[in-house]
Design a protein around this ligand. Structure first.
Ligand code: SAH
Length: 385
């Protein structure tokens, strides 16, 4: 494992990495300690699984566009907690190819007479650029987020961009005309390619739309999912729920080891991706439902449906009582909780333990080198009933 300390010049201003300048082994030690502090009272915490190469791991790169005081076009990130743009030239954790594409776009704006968007006045056009790359397939998606719906000479723009980067497989316009800190707006128009990219994880192919959630560190995502599926120890006879399923990743990978998989997800684009992903991988024992995971589980419990295993992978805020109480009512033998926030995980585990579950395994996986976030897979079994 590497222990070289590469130095980022804008760490303080950017605020994205809390552990810049710290040896990677030391970062892992800190995360392990934090996990033990928060989760150690439930069960022994396995040693965190780190990366061999903890640099340039992010497959999704976002840049906000602006002008500096001298009027030069800059692209980068918001200074933490503000809307001030910090120029980013070379980020140590973002995919290098995607960063190159962002630099190319920045260089093209002048000749295309494209103005950067001014958040205060609403004047100008280009707000953000989002690049996503499938690390396995090499497919690249560029999303241009505009303040208004028209990109003049769009065909020439795509042509010029693809001349520099022929690896780009799709270009999407997204319109965000609101005063908001959300990057993507509602409206979307594909101006080149299929409007999504594909990537491969654990032997399944996944299509990813601009607004669908997809883990940002694909190398560690495979480790994460393999751990989750190993913990569930499926025999092929189980009915499995994949709650907060996104584009269906965990459920589709688990499907070949189970009788039936039911996925539930709130975001409509992700649901569409998940259904297509089932089809494209010729997986026929999976059904995906759109809606709130908690409400869905309540309905399942009321209809006295059965589930043997529940995979749950909620956002940072964790799950809610509606969901957790219906897990208890459904009473699956096994629960595999994948969490990106040990604080809310600890809160939710406390509830489940009180209601008759036992925490059997805890495995931290480092999905976010140089950042203080920590991902955890947690395995629970039902004690009685
Ligand atoms: N398991 C997936 C996605 C995890 S991210 C993966 O590994 O890729 C969490 C997902 O929960 C996101 O796709 C988000 O859209 C979804 N989500 C957020 N709140 C939800 C809710 N109340 N009900 C169902 N899904 C929800």
């Amino acid at each position: 494992m590497t222990d070289a300390i590469e130095k980022c010049k804008i760490t303080k201003k950017c605020g994205g990495c809390q552990f810049q300048g710290m040896a990677y082994q030391e970062q892992l030690k800190r995360k392990q300690k934090q996990e033990e502090k928060l989760l150690g009272r439930f069960c022994k915490v396995n040693p965190i699984i780190g990366m061999d190469q903890p640099y340039y791991y992010r497959n999704k790169v976002h840049a906000v566009f602006d002008r500096d005081r001298k009027g030069n076009i800059i692209s980068g990130t918001y200074r933490e907690g503000t809307h001030q743009v910090v120029a980013v030239e070379d980020c140590l954790i973002e995919d290098e190819k995607s960063q190159e594409i962002i630099r190319t776009i920045r260089g093209m704006l002048k000749s295309f007479k494209m103005k950067t968007y001014d958040e205060d006045t609403g004047y100008g056009l280009l707000r953000h650029v989002l690049v996503r790359r499938g690390f396995t397939t090499g497919e690249i998606m560029v999303v241009l987020v505009l303040g208004s719906p028209i990109l003049p000479s769009k065909n020439n723009f795509v042509k010029a961009l693809r001349k520099e980067h022929p690896e780009i497989t799709t270009v999407v316009l997204n319109v965000n005309d609101k005063k908001t800190s959300m990057v993507l707006g509602e409206k979307e128009k594909t101006i080149y390619g299929p409007g999504y990219i594909r990537d491969v994880l654990c032997g399944c192919t996944f299509r990813i739309s601009p607004k669908s959630f997809y883990q940002v560190n694909p190398v560690q995502t495979e480790v994460l999912y393999q751990t989750a599926i190993r913990f569930a120890d499926l025999s092929g006879k189980e009915t499995v729920i994949d709650a907060y399923c996104g584009i269906g990743t965990i459920g589709l990978i688990a499907a070949k080891h189970a009788k039936k998989v039911i996925g539930v997800e709130l975001n409509q684009d992700a649901v569409r991706d998940a259904r297509m992903n089932a089809k494209e991988n010729s997986i026929t024992n999976v059904r995906i439902y759109q809606g709130d995971a908690g409400r869905f589980m309540v309905e399942m419990a009321e209809e006295k449906q059965k589930a043997d295993v529940v995979f749950m992978d909620p956002p940072r805020a964790g799950s809610d009582e509606r969901f957790l109480s219906s897990v208890v009512r459904l009473a699956p033998k096994k629960v595999v909780y994948v969490s990106c926030n040990p604080q809310t995980l600890a809160r939710d585990l406390k509830y489940l333990v009180k209601q008759g579950y036992e925490v059997r395994k805890i495995q931290p996986v480092d999905m976010f080198p140089f950042c203080d976030h920590c991902e955890t897979v947690c395995f629970l079994t039902r004690k009685y009933k």
